[in-house]
Write a protein that binds this ligand. Sequence first.
Ligand code: DON
Length: 305
Amino acid sequence: MTDYQAVLDTTLSHIQPLLLSGKVADYIPALAEQKLGQFAMALHTIDGKTYTVGDCQARFTVQSVSKVMTLTMALQRYEDELWQRVGKEPSGTAFNSLTQLEFENGIPRNPFINAGAIVTCDALFSRLGAPIYTMLEQYRRQSGNDKVVINKKVAQSEFEHRFRNAAMAYLMKSFGNFTNEVEEVLWCYFNYCAIEINCAELARTFSYLSNQGYCAQSQQQLLSAKQTKQLNSLLFTSGLYDAAGDFAYRVGMPGKSGVSGTIIAVVPGKFTVAVWSPGLDKFGNSVAGIAALECLSEQLNTAIF
Ligand code: DON
């Protein structure tokens, strides 16, 4: 049997020299307050055990990892319609790039770049009576912590600096690919990004991705096994934006990053792992986080290939 705790302990000692590498996200003032040097990692197996290393009490906002849950909830409600409005291809551009959107007629390349997540949010917004509360409740159920909250300071700070995301949303609206009021949907999107969690809770929240769509904490079949396989495939090709190829090569798992310095990764049939370390590379992905997942993958010899 694999000694996951020993693997995590080895991973921590391996990434120590990288803890001060990279820069914290500074394009949102509230995120710029994060400090370099922090690290946490948690691995949740499909038989329900959680292993942790580092500061797993530390709480951080999920940021773009929220895009996975937004897509999951949209897929539950209207799969076919969604794929008319957002593509499935890697973008090869930064997460907040605007250029492709203009010459591809307001249809974002995939649901994980900002434009794709915002349009998915718009789709979900049309179907949910209380979109922010519904999402928060879902995290509470899946994480096993009914006290998970939204960091309102981060949400507000993102909203006040929403210009690029607003530009994307209005551009999509000009192409007829946006239904609701842009500002209302953006507020919802920023609240989703600002859900605050720790690494162990995050690994549990996304455990359904390694367990054929079933979440044991909430006892919900969130997606069918087929949809889960499809979502993992999209994460593999697009979860780390224009660094997805490098991540695939180094780690060999579907993954999703967020600018708080968190990344989730999945080995279907085995585990979901969450890592957090705020120093980011130029693509907006955690330097120590990617190195930790690479180290984990090498030790376990268990990427998806
Ligand atoms: O939309 C934004 O700018 C952020 N709330 C989320 C961006 C993000 O996490 C990109 N991921 N690496």
